[in-house]
Design a protein around this ligand. Structure first.
Ligand SMILES: Nc1ncnc2c1ncn2[C@@H]1O[C@H](COP(=O)(O)OP(=O)(O)OP(=O)(O)O)[C@@H](O)[C@H]1O
Ligand SMILES: [Mg+2]
Length: 300
């Protein structure tokens, strides 16, 4: 069998607990991503999602385990991996366009000026910002800034895109608009994406699979949930698909009732579940209103 695009093995992170002992935030995290997959990871606050993402980005070191991408071990940051953080990190002295141009030029130093500009403008157009090319970040709204960050990350065409709650700071309306844009860009580029979110609806809209993390300390990636809903998907119609409701109930049940005790397979890999097939019913089958209130708590 061919090797997966990204392989994570036996990853753990241990911090001093401040009382002379150790605190194992997560342990024996194992998973693989195939090229072109969009995978979201969900888990309660503090279980270690950002730490895992930062290890994949090469911005943090694991206490044990390793990450191999395209046959090479990840040991530091690289242009083949792009990151979008929760708080848009644009260069404040550069215009919208030049924030993208800067990154595109670093990625393809041999490209002509025209080529760089044309490419950068194309990605700004994808996020609906071609009218704001010459504005500085301080002249943009929060949502617009986040769209620039996303355009920049996609424009450099990294082999792996790492998104850490990219819409966490946005109001629900803006978030919806950008989610739709992200769906559109991804349908076009089919880049491999690993994204953290607290929002189960967002995860279902975007992902091929959703990783569910158990609570820390000693958190694990316990399950890998298949989202069996055909592409292209749209926010306005996805709820008409029965698979959407089965998947959503399953996720909410995990977060509310099972995240404290869920375990992966014996070999440490996440249990693969397909709620849309109808074979899996949440252990406690939350009623509509319970699922709704739980989801609100999760999204808060
Ligand atoms: N420098 C540090 N020293 C000790 N503990 C730390 C340090 N940095 C992070 N932690 C702990 O590691 C755990 C995981 O942090 P991380 O930011 O990865 O969580 P998260 O799952 O992304 O949470 P959230 O959903 O709130 O963003 C937390 O419990 C945090 O307290
Ligand atoms: Mg985090």
């Amino acid at each position: 069998m061919s090797k997966p695009f990204l392989q994570v093995d036996g990853l753990s992170k241990v911090y001093p607990d401040g009382q002379g002992g150790d605190l194992t935030v997560f342990e024996d995290v194992r998973f693989a991503l195939e090229k072109g997959e969009f995978v979201c990871i969900i888990g309660h606050s503090g279980c270690g999602k950002s730490t895992i993402l930062n290890v994949l980005a090469g911005l943090d070191e694991a206490s044990s385990g390793n990450v191999v991408m395209s046959g090479k071990e990840v040991k530091g940051p690289g242009l083949e991996r792009g990151v979008v953080f929760q708080n848009y990190s644009l260069l404040p002295w550069k215009t919208t366009l030049n924030n993208i141009v800067f990154a595109v030029r670093a990625r393809w130093p041999k490209w002509s000026k025209e080529q760089v500009r044309e490419h950068s403008e194309r990605y700004l157009k994808m996020v609906g910002l071609d009218h704001a090319l010459n504005r500085k970040p301080s002249q943009l709204s929060g949502g617009m800034r986040q769209r620039v960050s996303i355009a920049r990350a996609f424009a450099t065409q990294p082999e792996l895109l790492l998104l850490d709650e990219p819409f966490g700071a946005l109001d629900a309306l803006t978030r919806g608009v950008i989610q739709d844009e992200l769906v559109k860009i991804w349908e076009e580029t089919r880049q491999t994406v690993f994204m953290i979110t607290h929002d189960v609806d967002e995860a279902i809209l975007l992902s091929d699979r959703i990783f569910l993390m158990s609570n820390g300390p000693n958190a694990r990636i316990a399950e890998s949930v298949k989202v069996d809903i055909p592409h292209p998907r749209a926010r306005a119609t996805i709820f008409q698909n029965p698979a959407y409701h089965r998947t959503r109930d399953y996720l909410v049940d995990f977060l509310v009732n099972r995240s404290g005790s869920a375990l992966p397979e014996k070999d440490g890999s996440p249990k693969f579940v397909e709620p849309a097939s109808g074979d899996v019913t949440p252990a406690s089958g939350p009623s509509e209103s319970k699922a709704e209130s739980a989801a609100r708590a999760v999204n808060a």
